[in-house]
Every structure is written in structure tokens, then in C-alpha cells.
Design a protein around this ligand. Structure first.
Ligand SMILES: N[C@@H](CCC(=O)N[C@@H](CS)C(=O)NCC(=O)O)C(=O)O
Length: 219
């Protein structure tokens, strides 16, 4: 049995949001890089299979050996376990309902679409259809960011003046395609927030190492 947390993650993946939360919480963790979406390195992704038959990251193994999957659930759980961090509104906080609403929205309406976007043949066998499927999925993702933006009233952060794991989640998932420039267009309010999260000095080294501010990363 492990003595601490073990996170299966990958550079550029949604697991980086979990790494960001653990960094802010100053909770140590062992990291196993499992590149689940790299078709040229199947062995890397297969490492996660013993913990998660969905073969996805993030997958978090708790000290008890219990496995948690699902990025939103992991982020909420970590924040709730460390209430002093204020990374999530408490259950009695009037902001809690919207917090849960948007955590689940990012997971279900947006993040889940990458299962088909990253590998269109999972739903459409004919390669001739892949280009249009991908374009439509990316449009849907943009529409969802726009809908979310129209429904939130950020302060410095999405729910107000305090950074929560929702900000980490949006800052991470909005780096996936269609990437940030499109987000800034369709979701200008959240665009400002994610740029603030990008330059949070506590996260600078993590973002740089795990997400990369390489040329053209914003799209
Ligand atoms: N519902 C999962 C989705 C996780 C997910 O799609 N992870 C990607 C990496 S960003 C992955 O492992 N993809 C490989 C695959 O789906 O085959 C969550 O929210 O954690």
C-alpha cells in the first residue's frame, strides 16, 4: 500500500489541474506519467490500466489504495479535504451551487468531448469524415465555453474574488484545442481569469513544466 498520493498524469493533460491543486495545497504526491493519448507510446498509457480500466488520466490513488478518477470529482474532493485552503466554497456557501454546476459542466459538456476529438475513428470509422467531425466538436467546445461565460459574473476569479479549483480546471482545459485564442474570443470574461491564473507565481513552474508556454500555445 502506498504511503501517500500517487497521481497518474501526463504533460498537457487534464491531470495538470490536479497537480496545480496539489501544488497550492502543498500536498506531496508521486507522479507517474502515463501518456494515454500518445498513439506512439502505448506502453506509457497502459501503465494506468492497473488503476483505471478507462485508461485515462487523471487517476489518483489514495494512501488507502482507493482509486479516484474523474478530474472534477478529484478536484472537489481535494479542495473539500483542505477547507482552510478555500479552494472550494463550503457546502453552506451561497456560491456552492454554481461551483458544482460549472465543475460538472466543464467535465461533462467539454472535457468528455476529447474522447472523440482525439480519436474520431472511435465513433466514425471512415477517415473521410474525421476532419468535419473534429471541426464540429471544436465548435461545440467553443459554444460551451461561450455559454458558460454568459452565465458567470467573475471578479478576479470565476466565482468572485477567491481562486478555486474551478479556475484551475478552466485554465487547464482551455489550453486544449481549439486553444486559448478562441476562448478569449468566445469567453472574454473567463479569458481574463485564466490569464490571471497563468501568471500566478505559485503555479508558474508547474505550468511551464507540465503545460509549456511554447511558441503558439495559445493557438
Ligand atoms: N472524464 C475524465 C476524462 C479524462 C480524459 O479524457 N483524460 C485524457 C487525457 S487529457 C485521456 O486520458 N485520454 C485518453 C483516452 O480517453 O483514451 C475526467 O474528467 O477525468
Amino acid at each position: 500500500m502506498a504511503t501517500g498520493l500517487t497521481l497518474y498524469g501526463a504533460r498537457g493533460s487534464g491531470a495538470v489541474a490536479v497537480e496545480a491543486a496539489l501544488t497550492l495545497l502543498e500536498v506531496p504526491y508521486a507522479l507517474i506519467d502515463a501518456e494515454t493519448f500518445d498513439p506512439d507510446d502505448k506502453a506509457s498509457g497502459d501503465q494506468v490500466l492497473s488503476a483505471n480500466p478507462m485508461r485515462q488520466v487523471p487517476t489518483l490513488v489514495l494512501p488507502s489504495g482507493e482509486v479516484m478518477t474523474e478530474s472534477a470529482a478529484i478536484l472537489i474532493c481535494l479542495a473539500d479535504l483542505h477547507p482552510a485552503s478555500r479552494l472550494a466554497p463550503r457546502p453552506s456557501d451561497p456560491k456552492r451551487a454554481q461551483f458544482l454546476r460549472w465543475m460538472v459542466f466543464v467535465s461533462s459538456a467539454i472535457y468528455s468531448l476529447y474522447w472523440v476529438k482525439d480519436e474520431p475513428s472511435r465513433l466514425v470509422p471512415d477517415p473521410a469524415g474525421h476532419g468535419s467531425l473534429e471541426a464540429r466538436v471544436l465548435n461545440r467546445i467553443s459554444d460551451c465555453w461561450g455559454i458558460m461565460d454568459s452565465q458567470v459574473t467573475p471578479g478576479g476569479y470565476i466565482l468572485g474574488d477567491e481562486l478555486t479549483v474551478l479556475d484551475l480546471y478552466v485554465a487547464t482545459v482551455s489550453r486544449f484545442q481549439p486553444r486559448r485564442k478562441r476562448l478569449y474570443e468566445v469567453a472574454p470574461k473567463m479569458g481574463e481569469v485564466v490569464r490571471r491564473v497563468d501568471i500566478d507565481p505559485r503555479l508558474h513552474a508547474l505550468w511551464k513544466d507540465r503545460m509549456g508556454f511554447h511558441e503558439g500555445w495559445e493557438g
